[in-house]
Design a binder for this molecule. Structure first.
Ligand SMILES: [Mn+2]
Length: 306
């Protein structure tokens, strides 16, 4: 059987469903797995000979396990190193300097298999910007609002940390039309929970001198949505801390438009101190032990004061 390992977001799920459709057409049997949510890795104990890895930026991990498989297909669109092994087919236009909107786009092009799922992955990764690509409009016969809602519904499984739900989503995308997908009860329930949880957390927000701050505890992966919403509403820099996210702590900093906060400098400094931190120009995310929160906040403070 072929095993498809995929990212837990809409692009990863769409890409896996495209691979599944290609395999199905050939009469090949397949099943799919996602890593433990939040941990970029290949699940252990896969004893099939053919492996597909989609939308997961983990070339180093694939190199380590490659010898266990007859053949691996590795599809991605992120910036990464080339895997140079005879049994690995590494497909990533980014290796040749080309920018693709999603892994779904890469997979569709490789297999010459285009469908609404090709577009859905792109909408998942780059949002409304995807509609600037004419083929996205052509492939996806749904209005923008419904399309963006569908992405939220599909992403809801990983936000509530439901790994099996993420895995089931691949079969659903493979079988159902976009209109049918919008009606899936489980996902609509998820969105209701998520919305309630975000509102509960936002109500804990306190605006201080430097930041609007929110300290909370939640098992849901909502910290970025919380920070984004507060920052939008109040036009302030936001510090959000989930003090117990399934055993770890999450720290998230979001810069408001026009603020002078130097996020890349903070990311770099935290990395130097050995923290698992990442982000972009306007956001910083850290996952650390619960006991380390204070130290991280001290470092952030030091940089801001200087
Ligand atoms: Mn992607």
């Amino acid at each position: 059987m072929a095993c498809i390992v995929h990212h837990w977001d809409t692009d990863g799920i769409s890409s896996a469903a495209i691979v599944a459709a290609v395999l199905d057409k050939k009469g090949a049997k397949w099943y799919n797995l996602t890593p433990k949510i939040g941990e970029f890795d290949i699940p252990e104990n896969i004893d099939d000979s053919e492996l597909y890895v989609v939308d997961l930026n983990i070339p180093e991990k694939v190199e380590v396990i490659a010898a266990k498989f007859e053949r691996i297909f590795f599809f991605d669109h992120h910036l990464q190193k080339r895997i140079d092994l005879p049994n690995v087919v590494h497909v990533n236009p980014n290796l040749d300097g080309m920018n693709y909107p999603s892994a779904s786009w890469v997979v569709s092009e490789h297999f010459k298999h285009w469908s609404h799922l090709s577009a859905l992955g792109a909408i998942g990764d780059i949002g409304e910007k995807a509609f600037e690509i004419p083929e996205v409009r052509r492939l996806f016969g749904m209005n923008e609002k419904d399309a963006l809602r569908l992405v939220k519904l599909i992403d809801s499984s990983y936000i509530v940390m439901d790994k099996e739900g993420v895995e089931r989503a691949v079969k659903l995308l493979f079988q159902k039309s976009p209109a049918e997908l919008l009606e899936i009860k489980e996902w609509n329930k998820n969105l209701e929970w998520i919305e309630k949880e975000i509102e509960r957390i936002i109500s804990l927000c306190e605006c201080k001198n430097r930041f609007c701050e929110v300290f909370f505890t939640s098992n849901m992966n909502v910290i970025s949505a919380v920070a984004k919403r507060i920052s939008w509403e109040l036009k302030r820099d936001v510090l959000a801390v989930n003090q117990d996210f399934n055993g770890k702590a999450q720290i998230y900093l979001r810069k408001a438009a026009g603020s002078e906060l130097d996020i890349p400098k903070i990311i770099q400094r935290l990395k130097q101190e050995g923290f698992n931190s990442g982000g972009k120009d306007e956001v910083l995310g850290v996952i650390c032990e619960k006991e380390e929160v204070e130290r991280v906040l001290e470092i952030v403070d030091e940089i801001i004061k200087n």
